[in-house]
Design a protein around this ligand. Structure first.
Ligand code: HEC
Ligand code: HEC
Ligand code: HEC
Length: 456
């Protein structure tokens, strides 16, 4: 198979792009991890379990929600499951396909066996390999019964949409598909679970949800040089394009081991845990479209399981991310200025904070009394040793809707019609915030902010 020999190195070279840069730690994009370039609109309905009365269809609807199929297979403003969302990988963009039951444009001609092959093995109906952006590596763990129910639900309950995503949208060379065959051999797939997943005890159910359906590891587990998830570093934290999915192992210092089971459930259901953490970016999407729709017992199962995932320590986050800082008035910093005349950056940061953030997050960083705008001390995003999520939050803002309400913070990245913060201003602001409320001045430069701004 000479073709594979040629393509695989190309794939690897592409996959390691960027890691040579000085800012690789915070910048390196994780290959194949789903970072939809366009957010799925809040209006695209996640399938609701009560759409179906038939027990098999109800199960299928729930599995589709837990596996978050809608997130990748729906374009911004597009019909649910009609595909067309561009997903960036270091190898190029991959566009999701139409998986509505339309026979010409979707998967209407897929038999149950064809569907199973695509979902659990990454093989399309025409026999070619799918790119692993489609998380079949995780879905390989699904039970036969759940795949059957999922298939039945797609065929009977999803509205067929007779359009295909634009053909020229895929920028990855089609020939690269055959390299995936070799990749599949060296990648550890989830082992298929057996029996009725509805009857598992909480730990097994939690493992099933975490590893097979919700594919948490796709984002939170780092990858090896072959771009496969490192099984021995499960959930220990990984860079996506721009965002960083932190260590969520049971480590009390680097992970979330000091959170209680109820804390984890609250975070996963609502996207926030007051005085600790908020979900923005890709995590907000996972919460909005999938996690907030799970049953309480399933959320508890995930939390139970997470709290016994083996401890992984982190090189950089060596103290709990939510343990830093205290209220500090901007004015106090200002009075310090004469003493630090050589460090104007710090003063600039305080001024930028005062003008852009203090209205919501308070002059002392304590947030609003009802926690709508969170405190910036005891905040995992500000306390992390990696500035990634703080920079991304400032650039992109937060926009997350669940049954508990709409969390909305404006992004301060450049848009065509609104005057926003420059790279230099954001760098000063980040350094001010991490020095004041976090683990210390991160010395972020304007160039680093520019890299995040341009991260796809
Ligand atoms: C993280 C993003 C992501 C998620 C989540 C996801 N998919 Fe996909 N899927 C893709 C992409 C991208 C493709 C196209 C890959 C390619 O072109 O090789 C794809 C392809 C497919 C195909 C092949 C269709 C064809 O003939 O081209 C099927 C079937 C499919 N997905 C079903 C599902 C189902 C069912 C779920 C939920 C259980 C799901 N996907 C969840 C990204 C995703
Ligand atoms: C699409 C990528 C993605 C998926 C899938 C995903 N996460 Fe996340 N997760 C992130 C990112 C990025 C953050 C950081 C968000 C922020 O700080 O705004 C995060 C944050 C978290 C946090 C908060 C950690 C902290 O220190 O603030 C927890 C807990 C978490 N995720 C657990 C999970 C679990 C459990 C799953 C699966 C059920 C999951 N995540 C699935 C990307 C993802
Ligand atoms: C209009 C009010 C408002 C303004 C102005 C505002 N924020 Fe926010 N901020 C919010 C809200 C609301 C959230 C999300 C709370 C949630 O997730 O439930 C948030 C979240 C955050 C988070 C946590 C994000 C995460 O994912 O962990 C940080 C950090 C933050 N803001 C920093 C800033 C900074 C720095 C500025 C100024 C450049 C700013 N905010 C301006 C309202 C605001």
């Amino acid at each position: 198979m000479p073709e594979i020999g040629k393509l695989l190195p190309a794939l690897l070279v592409a996959g390691t792009m960027g890691s040579g840069s000085a800012f690789a730690q915070a910048q390196a994009p994780t290959p194949l991890a789903p970072t939809p370039t366009t957010a799925v609109p809040a209006s695209s309905p996640a399938p609701s379990p009560d759409q179906a009365n038939d027990p098999e269809l109800a199960r299928g609807a729930y599995i589709a929600t837990a596996a978050d199929c809608v997130a990748c297979h729906t374009a911004s403003g597009g019909k649910p499951f009609a595909g067309g969302l561009k997903i960036a990988t270091p190898m190029g963009d991959v566009v999701s396909t139409n998986i509505t039951p339309d026979p010409e444009h979707g998967i209407g001609k897929y038999s149950e066996k064809d569907f199973e092959q695509a979902v659990r093995h990454g093989i399309r109906r025409d026999g070619s390999n799918l790119f692993p952006v489609m998380p079949y590596v995780s879905y390989a763990g699904m039970t036969d019964q759940d795949v059957q129910a999922l298939y039945a639900w797609f065929m009977h309950k999803v509205e067929p949409v007779p359009v295909s995503p634009p053909e020229d949208a895929t920028t990855l060379p089609a020939a690269m598909r055959s390299a995936m065959m070799a990749w599949n051999y060296v990648t550890t797939m989830e082992k298929p679970e057996t029996g009725d997943s509805g009857t598992y005890d909480p730990v097994r159910r939690g493992r099933y949800l975490t590893s097979a359906l919700e594919h948490c590891g796709t984002c939170h587990t780092p990858r090896n040089f072959m771009l496969s998830e490192k099984q021995d570093r499960f959930l220990s934290g990984a860079s996506l394009t721009g965002w960083y999915a932190p260590n969520v192992t049971s480590s009390k210092t680097s992970g979330i081991g000091s959170w209680s089971e109820d804390d984890i459930v609250t975070y996963l259901r609502t996207g926030r845990l007051d005085g600790h953490a908020q979900a923005a970016g890709p995590m907000a999407e996972a919460v909005e479209h999938s996690l907030s729709h799970l049953t309480d017992s399933d959320l508890h199962a995930i939390a139970t399981y997470l709290l016994q995932v083996p401890v992984m320590e982190d090189d950089l986050d060596v103290k709990p991310r939510d343990s830093f800082g205290k209220p500090q008035e901007v004015a106090d910093i200002r009075h310090d200025v004469p003493k630090r005349i050589d460090d104007l950056t710090e003063m600039d940061g305080a001024g930028i904070y005062d003008a852009n953030c203090a209205a919501c997050h308070g002059h002392d960083g304590a947030g609003t009394r009802n926690h709508y705008a969170p405190s910036l001390f005891n905040n995992t995003t500000v306390g992390s040793a990696r500035p990634d999520n703080l920079i991304m939050t400032i650039l992109k803002g937060v926009d997350r809707t669940t049954k508990d309400g709409h969390a909305l913070m404006p992004g301060f990245g450049a848009t065509s019609d609104v005057e926003r913060l420059t790279d230099t201003e954001i760098a000063s602001l980040v350094n001010y915030l991490t020095a004041t409320f976090g683990s210390g001045d991160h010395h972020v430069t304007a160039q680093q902010v520019a890299d995040f701004r341009n991260a796809k």
